[in-house]
Design a protein around this ligand. Sequence first.
Ligand code: SF4
Length: 464
Amino acid sequence: MSTIGDRKVRRLFIRTFGCQMNRYDSERLVEILGEEDFQPVDDYRQADFIFINTCTVRDKAEQKAFSYLGRLKQLKRSQPGLVVALGGCVAQQYGEDLLRRLPHLDLVVGTHGVSRVPAMLARYETTGERQAFVDFSYDFGDESDGRSQLCRPEVSSYVTIMRGCDNFCTYCIVPMVRGGERSRPSDEIVREVASLVECGVREVTLLGQNVNSYGQGVAEELDFAGLLRRVAQVEGLLRIRFTTSHPKDLSLSLMQCFADIEPLCPHIHLPVQSGSDRILKRMKRGYTREHYLRLVKELKAIREDVAVSSDMIVGFPGENEEDFQGSLSLLEEVRFDALFSFKYSDRPQTAASRLDGKVEEKVKLQRLQTLQSLQERITFEKNEVQVGQTTRVLVEGPSQVGGSQLSGRTPQNRVVNFQGTPELVGEEISVLISAGHAHSLEGVVCVEDNVNLKVVKERSWCGK
Ligand code: SF4
């Protein structure tokens, strides 16, 4: 604990595993605890409160979270005042049992409990009572709790529009830990987006397990396409993105939004999971390879420059060499702009965990490597094509490559690194692409295209 004036400031460290949904919850926790005089720190050893936000979608992520938690045992012994909490899907799945298994864990906070953390902490600090909160209620009160009044100094922000999922794909644990699908009223979403824009946010990503089926449980008659049109009217909002889309629910009216809604970025994440109809059926995905390919074709016909990224699982139970070749050929056919690929792992309570035909670990690994090197070639080729083109880039902040490099994203969600000054952060600028790499692009700021941007300090060779 430290003091600022006569305020006691406690230090918070959050470690987040998993998807955007978890990152969003972690951001909210920083805001909520900020109001309680908690300040985030980068080093967990300096913290008074450590919150581990976990993911259980893949066995590896769950193991990582447990191993991280294990490392805190010693720290907790040497700093008895330290409070350790576990949140997210693992907390939701195992609940109170975790308190019995892990004596150095103080709080267990299920996926719907982020707004309860201050109260749980206060109770722990006054009574020493270790607590678990796991709830499946679909209340969105959490999101509205003062969140819109808080300003976050960021360029791009997530906004949850729905939670849970009704699909029960056979490999997926999400419906079990996040509950059934429930959408958030559009007025509340629009209000939150407007207040983020007022705080300086330029881009929002609308978040849900399956945004395409938005509308369930909401009194008004509004589908996801309708919601996008409403959000696009927020004054000052530069860019809109959304994730994730289930192919079986991708409607023509949603696809049409890519042509009609100016702030909507031409990028869609459309998880395919397999290129084999036999495996798609075992996964209960509700579409065929042909249907998926038709969707991509229709999207490209509506907006030629739309980028498509996807998820793919290798080694699903029963996947044979022919099925796997089907996935490879799908990659060649679609030529995804980006792909997130994973080895199948059994998750508790899922239907796939009970399926026969489990694929050997070494075969899964081999397939994953083959798939990933094919996609790397495709991404690299697609990035190379960008060289010499000028593109609009929303500048997000310092680049991971270090130095005075900044990083931003194109409308198609490609990462671009370039030399620039910090004043550019939050601006949408023109960048000439000078090199394409396997995972990113390199570019040079075009002064000529940004004459009205006084913040551009140096001239470049762009357009010369
Ligand atoms: S759509 Fe399928 S994979 Fe996605 S969250 Fe729902 S059950 Fe899981």
